[in-house]
Design a protein around this ligand. Structure first.
Ligand code: UGA
Length: 435
């Protein structure tokens, strides 16, 4: 089949490369000429494990192309995916759909023959209707269907999430469009991944409901972690004890500094707005969003408390800046709030991250970035682990202790066993575990 991806950002690039790998002919279109030139030259603008190789292989075998002009790519396509950004609109938290609407207008002008237009971007309920209306207005004669096909990729694991999904969701009432989608995803559902066909609005809501539920699970365990600290319980054992109940499930129950990234914060807020507009508020999600925001700064105060209540004039080493490991993404990363809280209290920050430093420089001022973990720790008054990169899981603790001025470690991801650290003479503070 011939597939066109509008938007060569994270979702478009990963999905396009994976579809090409299934054997489809894929063109990724992006308005940014520099990005397209770089992609043609084999340079990938984001860090995602395995993506560079996947793109290079499929470019080499002649199944994956890049272009700045969508006309020809759309004209010959069986399916056109809209995978452009939907940032939070400044001021009101609604998703900004201007890029989606613009893409719909441009696609409308170019389609030729029956074409399935697929919204892959995370979009509010009813966006499929709006895209359909725009295309119909521009091209009353066009033969097309608009389908919702939300993505459930996690950054850092996007390729395996695409190729081994828990499910594929297709929202359409057009049987012909459903057939095109089945053909596109055939390699996956032959592999036993369920493909659910629902109506379009249901598919759009599934995406928001899934992310909001996962954000709720994380926020729930984070609050239970705080309670554990007060009553002398261990949150990891609570999570295991409840997670073994199949009705609850053990995933997304790792307590930490609060969720970040480009999806959960934005999507929970957008769902709150959608629900308010529909006069059917989602109070649990409203609370989750508010609790998570407050938590990030509270983590900074936790570090200050671990340093005896005062960090003025002290140097704090921060390991891990990105919102999670295996990405260079700093969007809504808890490290930002933690570092700003420490800076506001007068601390100097030395930080290291395996991939995130270039992005961190754009959002954080007055931070000294180091070339490795030990250089950040050298001479610091305390060490904080904010993101659980594998490289931080097996630090040489004797060396860490020798380099620190005070043996204080705050582990916001619970990657070390408390007893070991305490035995080695550290002041060790983690999340929701007895000291
Ligand atoms: C999330 C969803 O997991 C994907 O299914 C979805 O497709 C994607 O959003 C999206 O809407 O595009 P992602 O934001 O890449 O993916 O990252 P996650 O692995 O879900 O982590 C999000 C945040 O939650 C991170 O800050 C992470 O540290 C935190 N988290 C996650 C926890 O604090 N505890 C957990 O148990 C799990």
């Amino acid at each position: 089949m011939r597939v066109t991806m509008i938007g060569a950002g994270y979702v478009g690039l990963v999905s396009g490369a994976c579809f090409a790998d299934f054997g489809h002919d894929v063109t990724c279109v992006d308005k940014d000429p520099a990005k397209i030139e770089a992609l043609k030259a084999g340079q990938i603008p984001i860090f995602e494990p395995g993506l560079a190789e996947l793109v290079a292989n499929n470019v080499r075998t002649g199944r994956l192309f890049f272009d700045t002009d969508l006309t020809e790519a759309v004209r010959s396509a069986d399916a056109v995916f809209i995978a452009v950004g939907t940032p939070s609109r400044r001021g009101d938290g609604h998703a900004d759909l201007s890029y989606v609407h613009q893409a719909a207008r441009e696609i409308a002008a170019a389609i030729d023959g029956y074409t399935v237009i697929v919204t892959k971007s995370t979009v509010p309920v009813g966006t499929g209707d709006a895209v359909e209306a725009i295309i119909r207005e521009v091209r009353p004669d066009a033969d097309f269907a608009v389908v919702s096909n939300p993505e459930f990729l996690r950054e850092g694991a996007a390729i395996s999430d695409f190729k081994r999904p828990d499910r594929i969701v297709v929202g359409t009432e057009d049987e012909r469009a459903a057939e095109v989608m089945r053909a596109l995803y055939r390699p996956l559902y032959l592999n036993q991944s369920p493909l659910i066909v629902t109506n379009r609005r249901t598919a759009e809501l599934i995406k928001y409901a899934a992310n909001a539920f996962l954000a709720t699970k994380i926020t729930f365990i984070n609050e239970i972690a705080d309670l554990c600290e007060k009553v002398g319980a261990n949150v990891q054992e609570v999570a295991r004890g409840i997670g073994l109940d199949n009705r609850i499930g053990g995933k997304f129950l790792h307590a930490g500094p609060g969720y970040g990234g480009s999806c959960f914060p934005k999507d929970t807020m957008a769902l709150v707005k959608i629900a308010q507009d529909a006069d059917s508020p989602v109070r649990i999600v409203e609370t989750v969003s508010a609790v998570n925001e407050v938590r990030k700064r509270a983590m900074g105060r936790k570090v200050i408390a671990a340093c005896g209540g005062n960090v003025s004039g002290k140097t704090i080493a921060v390991l891990g800046l990105t919102f999670k490991p295996n990405t260079d993404d700093m969007r809504e990363a808890p490290s930002i709030a933690v570092i700003r809280t420490l800076q506001d209290a007068g601390a100097a920050i030395r930080a290291y991250d395996p991939e995130g430093i270039d992005q961190a420089r754009l959002v954080l001022d007055d931070v000294t970035y180091t070339k490795d973990a030990y250089s950040a720790i050298d001479g610091a008054d305390a060490l904080v682990i904010v993101t659980e990169w594998d490289a931080f899981r097996a630090l040489d603790l004797d060396r860490v202790k020798a380099l620190l001025r005070q043996p204080v470690m705050v582990d916001l991801r619970n990657i070390y066993p408390p007893n070991d650290l305490l035995r080695r003479g550290f002041t060790y503070i983690s999340i929701g575990r007895p000291q």
